[in-house]
Design a protein around this ligand. Structure first.
Ligand code: SAH
Length: 324
């Protein structure tokens, strides 16, 4: 505002219009003079997302949006209803580079990172369209959030800004396939969010087979980064483990997982019966509760993730960057 010769306090006013009133046009900012609004229109733009498709699950009220970004690329966003409120699953990239074998989001390759506003607008547009307000956020949609570190941390500072939405980052979970150097960087920021780590296998041999990133950052380095994260932030890590029939759902794998996680002390394992995707031949495990019992009996906290929106391909690993 100073640069365009206006009072500094106007910046706060505009920020509130954008983040509290979710203004889509400078002309909605009625406490800003028409002359200033004209300058703003000339120098800046307010981005928006367009809804290309909205699918509502008949089973559980989950809503999946296919959003068109300002440049025509597309991403998916999912709104879920829990007893404790509404949770939104956000995409952070158009496509994904990580190549996890079981995940649909990576199948059509990577196009580009999302900007902070494109991550944020998934919330604002979804709230506007659904009439529901978002209580918690999971960064678990398309893309690897830590591979777009700058935009994701900027987004987190916008959503938690006291002059705007003022959301506590305790209501945010960020899921990563395990970019060790970025986990270390995130630990330094100590933001108070929950870190979820997509583990899916306890040994290098098995993990590298289904998650190529493991060839760069192996299991031992990943677990060390998780331990350091906990020591630095005091926040327990949540490990995601998608159970795939005949791949990682046997008692021997459970035993290896226990041996791996036991020394960490506090952690939580979220078991996900793998969601089937068109491109893969991985099938849901039929021994989810047996696997869970092995973990809990040895003192590891393990829950089974409820699958929401499976009938509209809105479940974990089923999101895509196009309407295909
Ligand atoms: N790139 C991040 C976030 C996106 S995926 C990450 O890898 O964590 C969100 C979660 O869904 C991850 O735990 C991911 O491993 C899991 N997931 C991917 N495909 C899945 C599938 N087919 N079934 C169940 N979970 C899946």
């Amino acid at each position: 505002m100073l640069q365009i010769g206006k009072e500094k306090y106007r910046a706060k006013q505009i920020f509130r219009w954008l983040h509290l009133q979710k203004a889509t046009d400078f002309d909605q900012m009625t406490d800003i003079s028409a002359q200033t609004r004209d300058i703003l229109k000339e120098k800046f733009c307010i981005n928006s997302l367009k809804i290309q498709k909205r699918l509502v699950s008949a089973a559980d009220n989950t809503v999946k949006y296919l959003y068109v970004l300002p440049d025509g690329n597309k991403v998916e966003t999912v709104l879920m209803e829990y007893r404790h409120g509404n949770s939104i699953c956000l995409s952070t990239q158009v496509g994904c580079k990580m190549g996890c074998k079981f995940c649909a989001s990576t199948k059509a390759g990577f196009v580009r990172d999302l900007t902070p506003s494109e991550i944020l607008l998934q919330i604002y547009e979804t709230e506007r369209d659904s009439g529901r307000s978002v209580d918690s956020i999971v960064l678990m949609g398309i893309g690897e959030p830590l591979d777009n570190f700058g935009s994701v941390t900027k987004f987190l500072s916008l959503i938690s800004d006291k002059n705007g939405r003022n959301m506590s980052l305790r209501h945010v979970s960020l899921s990563t396939c395990g970019l060790v150097d970025k986990i270390n960087e995130l630990a330094e920021l100590d933001l108070g969010l929950t870190l979820s780590v997509s583990l899916h296998a306890p040994t290098d041999e098995k993990r590298s087979e289904i998650m190529p990133i493991n060839r760069k950052y192996g299991v031992a380095d990943l677990i060390k980064a998780c331990k350091d994260y906990f020591d630095r932030t005091g926040r327990r890590i949540s490990f995601e483990f998608a159970l795939i029939k005949g791949v990682n759902d046997d008692p021997q794998t459970a035993k290896e997982l226990i041996t791996l996680l036991k020394p960490l002390g506090v952690c939580h394992v979220n078991l996900i019966p793998v969601n089937e995707i068109r491109e893969g031949d991985y099938r849901k495990s039929s021994s989810v509760s047996a696997f869970q019992q092995l973990l809990t009996r040895s003192g590891i906290n393990a829950t089974v993730r409820r699958t929401l929106g499976a009938d509209i391909e809105a479940a974990c690993g089923q999101l895509r960057r196009d309407n295909i």
